[in-house]
Write a protein that binds this ligand. Structure first.
Ligand code: DQA
Length: 143
């Protein structure tokens, strides 16, 4: 089963951006680990990143017919985007929300997520391990 692993705005800056919060690993490192982990679970990770909300909406819509689930770190759009929320509903796919940092231990504007109410589950605070955990959970969701 093909799983869309979608990272949102500023996550292309991983490794450079606030490494004390997000770690030193780059997005390429993270994606390589996801592909490897997915393969072990019998899944295919289709890893994408965009800084553009509308592009993410289009990819989520497209996943409806080509993918079996979505693992999403929507970055700051998590806290703002009704459009991503609606697109995820329209996809009718299981969604697992991931954040590298523990958003509940940070500024209050990060405490609300438009994704969580429609997600099968949420993993945050464990850095890139969160994507591994999400893939394990997704393997059960799509079994
Ligand atoms: C993030 C948390 C968000 O609040 C922030 O805007 C990000 C990254 C995380 O992975 O911890 O860009 O989603």
């Amino acid at each position: 089963a093909k799983i869309l692993v979608l990272n949102g705005p500023n996550l292309n800056m991983l490794g450079l951006r606030e490494p004390e919060i997000y770690g030193r690993e780059t997005l390429d490192d993270l994606n390589a680990k996801c592909v490897e982990k997915a393969a072990k679970l019998g899944l295919e990770a289709d890893c994408r990143q965009s800084n553009i909300e509308g592009e993410m909406v289009t990819w989520i819509q497209g996943a409806r017919t080509s993918h079996k689930g979505i693992i999403l770190n929507a970055g700051a759009y998590t806290h703002t985007s009704v459009a991503l929320h609606d697109a995820l509903l329209a996809s009718e796919l299981p969604v697992i929300e991931v954040h590298l940092s523990n958003i509940f231990g940070r500024e209050s504007f990060r405490h609300h997520s438009y994704i969580s109410p429609i997600a099968a589950g949420v993993i945050c605070g464990f850095g890139s391990l969160g994507y591994d955990l999400a893939l394990e959970a997704m393997a059960k969701q799509v079994a």
